[in-house]
Design a protein around this ligand. Structure first.
Ligand SMILES: C[S@@+](CC[C@H](N)C(=O)[O-])C[C@H]1O[C@@H](n2cnc3c(N)ncnc32)[C@H](O)[C@@H]1O
Length: 228
């Protein structure tokens, strides 16, 4: 993979957003783990704790990227089953190879799939986790993905999210600019609107806090599926 391949994927603007996102993250799969470690690892640890996942659970991570959080989920759930999906086939293949190598005995499986069309039956999971995914989805995709996550969660199952959470004006301006230059990589900040819409999609927020890693602020939100 050359710098040119990454650059052309980042700057390409003629295709549908999902197609573009897939291309960008396919190209970044070999190197993405560095940025996840640098900016996301504290949020991953906090989200894992907030999720309340116990060993023996059926767990799904949506948009697991190159598998940094997925490894934590598998480590904490050796007696259960852990599944991961990502739009990017390269990310899914990388995470799958990693998990096979590190945890050959554990029931864990990654595959390529879209968050808005999850390939699982209703009421399949005790917990769903999404880290820095929703920023990359369009408005309709966000709604469809929340509906899908609700569908695959068991009654009273738990959804845990990490989101870009910085509120400073300078950050928002820089993020908005980055989103214009390379929307398929950066997405846009959605934490306020997303957290506000959770109740109307049948989720009751039980944990909501912010943390910082270097200059990067993350918001960790955990919500329980309600009866409707
Ligand atoms: C910013 S990365 C975050 C990766 C990882 N969750 C982390 O915390 O480091 C977002 C990931 O979401 C995936 N993604 C984007 N749109 C998606 C969709 N519609 N369905 C599933 N995964 C998607 C991307 O391919 C990428 O791997």
């Amino acid at each position: 993979m050359s710098i040119q391949t990454i650059a052309s994927a980042l700057l390409e603007e003629k295709q549908t957003p999902s197609h573009l996102t897939r291309r960008v993250y396919d190209a970044l799969a070999p190197v993405y783990g560095v940025s996840a470690q640098l900016f996301h690892s504290r949020a991953h640890t906090a989200a894992h704790r907030a999720s309340g996942i116990e060993d023996g659970a059926r767990v799904l991570e949506v948009g697991m990227g190159s598998g940094e959080m997925f490894g934590r989920l598998v480590t904490g759930n050796p007696g259960g089953q852990t599944f991961g999906v990502d739009l990017s086939p390269n990310m899914a293949a990388r995470s799958q190879a990693d998990v096979r190598r590190k945890f050959p005995e554990v029931a864990a499986q990654c595959q390529a799939a879209d968050a808005s069309r999850l390939p699982f039956a209703r009421h399949s999971f005790d917990a769903v986790v999404c880290c820095f995914l929703f920023e990359l989805l369009g408005d309709v995709q966000i709604e469809d993905s929340l509906l899908e996550i609700r569908r695959v969660l068991k009654p009273e199952g738990r959804l845990t999210l990490t989101l870009v959470g910085e509120k400073k004006r300078a950050f928002s301006a820089a993020y908005a600019l980055a989103s214009k230059v390379a929307p398929a990589f950066w997405g846009r900040q959605v934490d306020e609107s997303l957290v506000n819409m959770l109740p109307s999609f049948g989720f009751n927020v039980v944990t909501d806090f912010y943390l910082r890693q270097l200059f990067y602020v993350s918001r960790v939100v955990s919500a329980v599926k309600t009866q409707r």
